[in-house]
Ligand binder design. Structure first.
Ligand code: BGC
Length: 754
């Protein structure tokens, strides 16, 4: 009786809240309509214009970098600019941010219709441009945690810290897949797999947006970069990709669809071209898929200067004005111009000449205004000063440390060499041992992340963290080489002779975007040489790779006793590494990307069957999903709910996991799925489920996975999502089972969401 009463109450509450939501969105739509009806063409086009903050700052003299009120008035009052972005490449204190946003919104409140400005900022691994912010492991690392709870927490912490500065909009998460390991933005992605990227991205959005982006500590997210950016043929940033439509549907679109379904209200366009069509001119993707199929209701923002690029870089139009017409008609709602009024002037001219219809302007502006209303900016566009008290709290910091520890992947541990005893003498060497920057990568305090002098003084770099762990007297540090030349390598060798073990920090320095282009995935020779010299001393070498992408280290893998693929573990990376090296934390990361063995043999884990037939071998250095622990986990009792299902049913898979070692630890349990026959060539297995559990020694837990009909489906010959009845194989660790999907024929799915 009590239960029935409770159920009725819940139903009642649900219907009250959903009808309140409907009313709220109806309210917003009405307010948007009412406001739009009062706006002039100029005011509307201004809303579609986004400028970088430098445009309204003094460029020279004693006030360089400060707001130039004349320029700001011109932007907001004369050109009706609706959005600003970015910083002059260094982080500001919360106070400075508050002052800056207040100044901007004060001017907006002087405008005829008092439309607030929406400020947008990059927040790739935390509030990049806010001094003292919690800077998490980079996204590739976060993905290696396979821990969606951590992503959700990261989203919530970042949202609070960005909102504390008065900014309501972040350019993140990056839902594009990283399927080209040479690409300089791999570390900004969630890795190579669409299922993993979808779940990670969605968890982040849930944390950052909550149920209401208008809440004081939530932000609007921006999915980027739509779509296909992460598979450039040349490996160079912003260069062409070739992605057949079937593969676009199978791999690249689903994470964006998941982000749209999770409620992300904005999307940024791919700066590059796919199949010869620049992202900003792609009507099929921006309008047919995004709007007509997915019913995306938010707005689309261009990437940096990319409307102009249709003319100046891609040469697909004969004038900059035509570039504006093509982009707007393809579906771009806001232009990140970012430093002048050309977009504004051209678009007004185009509308007056009848080349861009008024309905399209109204549509774009309505979408932008709607997000501003949803963010609560019309109610209060000013910073909420109360949030500063919660900024960079100790609990955020401990979440960050936990994330850093979980994001580091142990890929080799010969004879259980790690963890190290704390009673030893070590030599620390390599170019990445003594900086915070090399653990953080780009988008840290500055765009390129390389201004070590601006990094917090209270965070230890790896060397300092090791010294703190085992005592300064037990640690010798000799760098040995820079990234690409040997320096004091002989001294390193001499020092190794007096040490019990060598901890060698190799990898890359920081970079963002095109500045990170490389011509070879091989780790530069000097680093390999230093490692070989140290290995030749006979002292055990523990290799720690700090890098934004998987540089090939095959020549030194065999000689190293243990290897940590640490990628970019963030501001708490030093402490996390020391904890793992000396056994105060048990590593649980799993690779979210295939780690190549050879520079010319680049695979994905979900490769075609021919890659392993007729003498071909699939032999990366380490496979996607690979990662070791200091304890051992045993999988048993794999059970399937049914031997046969029809194509509308879920299949439930359960497996028991036991910690059979003697250290507590976390385990990422991954479920792969494959089908015996499909009408198109298909990988043997694809990730379709994962969970992360914590187990004390001897403890067991059951993990349950639900495989939905959508997960049984794939993109068929006709580029449509279908289910083909057949035998499916499920594998979890070394266990496997199979079930039949029975049905008369291939069934089409409406749309193609995962
Ligand atoms: C990048 C985007 C970023 C934007 C604003 C562009 O160069 O591609 O990812 O959001 O700059 O900083």
């Amino acid at each position: 009786m009590k239960r029935a009463y409770f159920a009725i109450l819940c139903l009642f509450m649900l219907s009250v809240s959903s009808s309140a939501e409907v009313k709220d969105s109806r309210n917003i739509n009405e307010r948007v309509k009412a406001l739009l009806s009062k706006m002039t063409l100029e005011e509307k086009v201004g809303q579609m214009t986004q400028l970088t903050i430098q445009t309204v700052q003094h460029s020279k003299g004693p006030d360089a970098g400060m707001i130039d009120m004349k320029k700001l008035d011109k932007a907001i009052l004369e050109y009706h600019v609706g959005s600003l972005l970015n910083v002059s490449d260094s982080a500001l204190s919360i106070r400075s941010w508050n002052g800056l946003i207040t100044t901007i919104e004060n001017v907006a409140m002087k405008s005829r219709l008092k439309i607030p400005v929406i400020y947008g900022i990059d927040a790739i691994h935390g509030a990049t441009y806010t001094k003292g912010a919690t800077l998490f492991p980079q996204p590739l690392n976060m993905s290696a945690t396979f821990d969606t709870t951590l992503l959700k927490k990261e989203g919530a912490i970042t949202a609070l810290e960005v909102r504390a500065s008065g900014i309501p909009w972040i350019f993140y998460p990056l839902m594009g897949l990283g399927r080209q390991p040479l690409w300089s933005r791999i570390y900004e992605t969630f890795g190579e797999d669409p299922y993993l990227a979808s779940r990670m991205g969605v968890s982040y959005i849930e944390g950052a947006q909550g149920k209401d982006i208008g809440a004081p500590d939530k932000v609007a997210t921006c999915l980027k970069h739509y779509v296909g950016y992460g598979f450039p043929l040349t490996g160079k940033d912003r260069t062409e990709a070739l992605i057949p439509w079937r593969m676009m549907e199978q791999y690249y679109l689903p994470p964006f669809k998941a982000g749209v379904d999770a409620g992300a209200p904005t999307i940024m366009v791919n700066s590059a071209e796919v199949n010869g069509i620049p992202g900003h001119a792609n009507y099929r993707l921006l309008t047919e898929v995004l709007r007509k199929r997915w019913h995306f209701k938010g707005f689309v923002v261009s990437d940096w200067g990319d409307i102009k690029n249709l003319y100046s870089k891609y040469h697909i139009v004969s004038s900059p004005e035509e570039a504006v017409r093509v982009a707007v008609m393809a579906g771009v709602d806001m232009s990140m111009v970012p430093t002048d009024y050309s977009f504004y002037n051209y678009l007004i001219r185009l509308v007056k000449a009848g080349k861009v219809p008024m309905w399209r302007i109204n549509q774009a502006v309505s979408r932008i205004l709607k997000v501003k209303f949803e963010l609560g900016l019309f109610k209060n566009p000013f910073p909420d000063k109360r949030l500063a008290a919660k900024f960079a709290s100790p609990s955020s910091d401990s979440t960050n440390l936990e994330a850093a520890e979980e994001s580091i992947t142990l890929v080799k541990n010969q004879g259980h060499f790690l963890p190290l005893s704390k009673n030893i003498k070590v030599l620390v060497a390599g170019p990445n041992a003594a900086e915070l920057a090399t653990m953080n990568g780009g988008w840290t305090i500055t765009w390129q992340g390389n201004a070590e002098n601006l990094y917090p003084k209270n965070k230890p770099n790896p060397l300092q963290a090791i010294e703190a762990k085992i005592g300064k007297g037990n640690v010798t540090y000799v760098q040995g080489c820079t990234y690409d030349s040997l320096t004091d390598a002989d001294s390193a060798v001499a020092a190794a002779k007096n040490a019990d073990a060598v901890i060698l920090f190799l990898g890359e320095h920081t970079y963002a975007e095109t500045a990170g282009n490389i011509n070879s995935l091989a780790l530069p020779w000097a680093q390999i040489k230093l490692a070989r010299m140290l290995i030749a001393t006979g002292k055990p070498v523990v290799l720690v790779m700090l890098e934004g992408r998987p540089r090939v280290i095959n020549p030194i893998v065999g000689g190293s006793k243990a290897i940590l693929a640490a990628f970019l573990p963030g501001m708490d990376g030093g402490e996390a590494l020391a904890n793992i090296l000396f056994g105060d934390a048990n590593p649980s990361g799993r690779l979210p990307i295939t780690y190549p063995r050879f520079v010319d043999a680049l695979y994905h884990y979900d490769h075609g069957r021919a890659s392993v037939m007729g003498g071909n071998v699939y032999d990366p250095q380490w496979n996607f999903g690979y990662g070791l622990s200091y304890t051992t986990f045993k999988y048993s009792d794999l059970r399937l709910s049914k031997e046969k299902i029809d194509e509308r049913e879920n299949e439930i898979v359960t497996v028991k996991v036991t910690n059979t070692g003697n250290m507590a630890g976390k385990d990422a349990v991954l479920l792969y799925l494959g089908e015996n026959y499909r009408q198109v060539s298909h990988p043997v297995k694809q990730l379709e489920g994962f969970g992360k559990i914590y187990l004390e020694p001897g403890q067991s837990k059951e993990v349950t996975f639900t495989i939905s009909p959508k997960q049984l489906s794939f993109i068929g010959i006709s580029d449509k999502r279908i289910i083909q009845p057949g035998t499916f194989k499920v594998s979890v660790g070394d266990l496997s089972g199979q079930f039949e999907v029975v049905g008369p024929r291939v069934r089409f799915f409406p749309g193609f969401s995962r």
